[in-house]
Design a protein around this ligand. Structure first.
Ligand code: 13P
Ligand code: SF4
Length: 358
């Protein structure tokens, strides 16, 4: 197993977040037993499993096999809203559980672990962010979905990578000046394509910022017939090499729709499970990261997503706990910019997660 040696980070409770996936190999028999147990517990608890594309293939397969759902974070929350289950078991990272709770306040939202964070979310503590916004009262505040409920509560708009360009263009056309947080690479990409006046918070995704342009070019030379799919949380030099830049949903759609047989993919490798399902027979390669031949052995896989496994899915169902709670005032305030994005996307008839290269 490749061990990620990225520096440990602190989670919201101040504990050090382990950045290596837990090594808990299971025999095929144990795995089958655990899956049977989870299926039974989901029924008993009136729960539905909703998983992100970056979780382990066995979690995604389990969600599909039990009437749950695999998608991006907002679409996960939307599914939870439409589903009759009273408990949403959200397998992903904490901001996804929070988004689900903001949109589904009457439901119990639980997660396999509450220590699964996101470097973008961690880079943007609410108190510092609020002070920054207060120092620039003339600017509209646009935040990426990968933020805490408290940060969303201070925003005018929440955006996903699928609709960021359209929202920012809309605001720029009105002559609005903006604060953008927290991802500096996505922010720079949006700024370049819209010309908007944006102050950029300097956060980054520790997974996507590892993709390397020089090594990617070398791989492209080896596979000139491959199309390059890039998530916009990647550095600009990597984005510049892309055939398609887009959200997770957009990249899966591109893998299916483009006539190419080979793809080089610059996003978390958990996405390959859905890409292979959407485009069977096609070949998917990981874009090179800083780990390729270097001291850092990064692995194009989010260490926090990797904290979700069959054990903790079973545990949270059996023992309870790990429930998402958001103070009602924060939830109500965070719902406003989130709802604004949903209404805007409806008015454009855009799936906020599925548009790429827009
Ligand atoms: P999506 O919102 O495109 O699913 O991505 C979430 C994420 O964490 C990307 O790194
Ligand atoms: Fe956050 Fe990056 Fe992990 Fe996505 S892949 S959850 S942006 S740390």
């Amino acid at each position: 197993m490749t061990v990620c040696k990225l520096p440990p980070m602190r989670n919201a409770t101040g504990n050090e977040t382990p950045v290596s996936p837990p090594a808990r190999p299971l025999s095929a028999l144990d795995r089958a037993r655990l899956v049977r147990r989870i299926k039974r517990l989901l029924k008993e608890q009136d729960a539905v499993l909703v998983a992100h594309y970056y979780t382990a293939p066995e979690i995604q397969a389990l969600a599909e096999a039990t009437g749950g759902y695999v998608s991006d974070s907002l679409d996960m929350a939307r599914f939870g809203n439409a589903h009759a289950a009273s408990t949403l078991l959200v397998s992903g990272v904490r901001f996804m559980g929070e988004t689900a709770k903001i949109l589904n306040p009457e439901k119990r939202v639980i997660m396999p672990t509450l220590d699964a964070e996101c470097s973008l979310d961690l880079s943007c503590p609410a108190d510092e962010f609020i002070a920054f916004c207060d120092a620039h009262p003339d600017r509209q505040v646009v935040v990426y979905a990968n933020t805490s409920a408290a940060v969303k509560a201070r925003a005018d708009w929440v955006v996903t990578s699928g609709i960021a360009l359209k929202v920012v263009q809309h605001l720029a056309d009105q002559g609005q000046k903006l604060i953008w947080a927290p991802d500096r690479y996505l922010g720079a990409y949006v700024q370049k394509h819209t010309g908007a006046d944006m102050l950029l918070w300097q956060g980054a995704c520790i997974v996507h910022e590892e993709f390397r342009a020089n090594e990617l070019q070398a791989l492209m030379r080896k596979h000139p017939d491959a199309k390059v799919l890039v998530h916009p949380e990647s550095p600009p030099a990597v984005i510049d090499l892309a055939d398609v830049v887009g959200s997770t949903s957009a990249l899966i759609k591109a893998a299916k729709m483009l006539p190419a047989r080979k793809f080089i993919v610059a996003t978390d490798n958990g996405i390959f499970y859905k890409m292979r399902q959407a485009a069977p027979g096609k070949i998917f390669m990981e874009a090179p990261t800083g780990g390729t031949g270097a001291a850092c052995e990064s692995c194009a896989h989010c260490p926090w997503m990797a904290m979700n496994d069959l054990h903790n899915v079973a545990e949270v169902l059996a023992r309870g706990g790990n429930e998402i709670h958001i103070p009602p005032a924060v939830r109500a305030a965070a719902l406003i910019p989130l709802q604004r994005m949903l209404d805007f996307s409806k008015s454009l008839n855009v799936n906020v997660w599925a548009s790429g290269n827009a």
